[in-house]
Design a protein around this ligand. Structure first.
Ligand SMILES: Cc1cc2nc3c(=O)[nH]c(=O)nc-3n(C[C@H](O)[C@H](O)[C@H](O)COP(=O)(O)OP(=O)(O)OC[C@H]3O[C@@H](n4cnc5c(N)ncnc54)[C@H](O)[C@@H]3O)c2cc1C
Length: 326
């Protein structure tokens, strides 16, 4: 029987939402095709998360419980994934388009003689072909790409699918693996999070993003307050990253992070295509801009035309009341 193998990324002891989104769709395809669905978990605590994988449709969960993966280094990750893909012989390998997947997917495909369709917004099985849609030209257009190679890897942009629970057997299978950690040229000493990085931007359900209209520290304080009231992660346009008002890790867009929250506040952001390439998948977009013709309003679900220094204090005060009454 053919199978779909889902590579699950883990962060802070949990399977990333973007991995579960991709696996939920893979499960729908596997059931329609009569294929099995398998998941991969790597790391010393891999087996602890097998139940979650089973709860999202995995028939089998292939694990390598080697602590070498806790180092987040590419060399063991590549070797571990190669071992699992070769052991499972799937028809299709699906992964969320995370930073570490982007790092290793090409090399993994070469080692496994696979075709790669990276960073797609949708994927389907059509007879012998795996067919995907891939945002191109700063997400202005969708390109249809397909492969009929016997083994295809796809990486999926976050926010492309809903997470759906579906009971699979979740049978844990240990995959034999050996890696000589002494061969590593790099060592992970410490993971440093930027100050105030309380919510992971690429996984956040609510994002407050600031643009040039936010102007200075007083505007930033209003943005911080809105984020703290709504439990949001803070993002930024490149304009305010370049001025140093926000860190580079907050940049959203073509050359920054891709986010797909349920709610996205765009404060003082014009809506240049290079910015919207990173947030157009957001479910509800609230734009605050003093220019009624700003392109961001073409994308926004709700538009507030006005000065953010006037609107944000009012909005924050009202939202505080709403949150307090919950
Ligand atoms: C190759 C390349 C890659 C790029 N990658 C990225 C990327 O990844 N991410 C990104 O963001 N950009 C990127 N850019 C830059 C992008 O083209 C825009 O220049 C940038 O997004 C503009 O940021 P902004 O909207 O904050 O600023 P602006 O375009 O200057 O817009 C500021 C907006 O704030 C409004 N405003 C001003 N004052 C107020 C106020 N008091 N209250 C309310 N509204 C106000 C204005 O009306 C305006 O609409 C890239 C550019 C290139 C060439």
């Amino acid at each position: 029987m053919s199978s779909i193998l889902c590579l699950l990324s883990v962060q802070d002891g949990r399977i990333k939402r973007s991995s579960l989104e991709a696996m939920s769709h893979a499960n729908t395809l596997a059931r329609a095709e009569g294929w099995s669905l398998e998941a991969v978990l790597l790391g010393s605590k891999a087996a602890d998360l097998a139940e979650t994988a089973g709860r999202h449709g995995a028939d089998r969960v292939l694990v390598i419980k080697d602590p070498v993966f806790d180092s987040h280094l590419n060399a063991p990750l590549l070797a571990g994934l190669e071992a699992v893909v070769k052991a499972a012989s799937p028809r299709l390998v699906v992964a969320a388009s995370t930073e570490s997947v982007k790092d290793v997917l090409g090399a993994l495909a070469v080692r496994c003689d696979a075709a790669v369709l990276p960073d797609v917004a949708s994927f389907s099985v059509q007879g012998e072909r795996i067919v995907c849609e891939r945002p191109v030209m700063a997400a202005k257009k969708l390109a249809r790409t397909e492969s009929s190679h016997p083994l295809v890897f796809v990486s999926v942009r976050s926010g492309s699918y809903e997470v759906k629970e579906a009971q699979g057997a979740g049978t844990v299978v240990d995959v034999p693996f050996q890696f000589d950690a002494a061969t590593l040229g790099l060592t992970l000493r410490e993971i440093v999070k930027s100050a105030g990085d309380t919510v992971d931007l690429s996984e956040a359900r609510v994002v407050v993003a600031a643009g040039r209209g936010v102007r200075d520290a007083s505007g930033k304080a209003l943005v911080d307050e809105l984020a703290s009231i709504t439990g949001a992660a803070i993002g930024a346009s490149r304009a305010v990253v370049e001025t140093g008002l926000f860190p580079a890790t907050a940049q959203i867009g073509q050359t920054g992070k891709v986010v797909s929250p349920d709610l996205y506040f765009a404060v003082g952001i014009s809506g240049a295509v290079q910015h919207t390439a990173g947030m157009a998948n957001s479910r509800v977009i609230v734009a605050i801009n003093k220019d009624p013709d700003a392109p961001i309003f073409d994308l926004a679900t709700y538009g507030l035309v006005g000065d953010c220094f006037t609107i944000l204090p009012l909005l924050n005060a009202e939202l505080k009341k709403v949150m307090a009454s919950r």
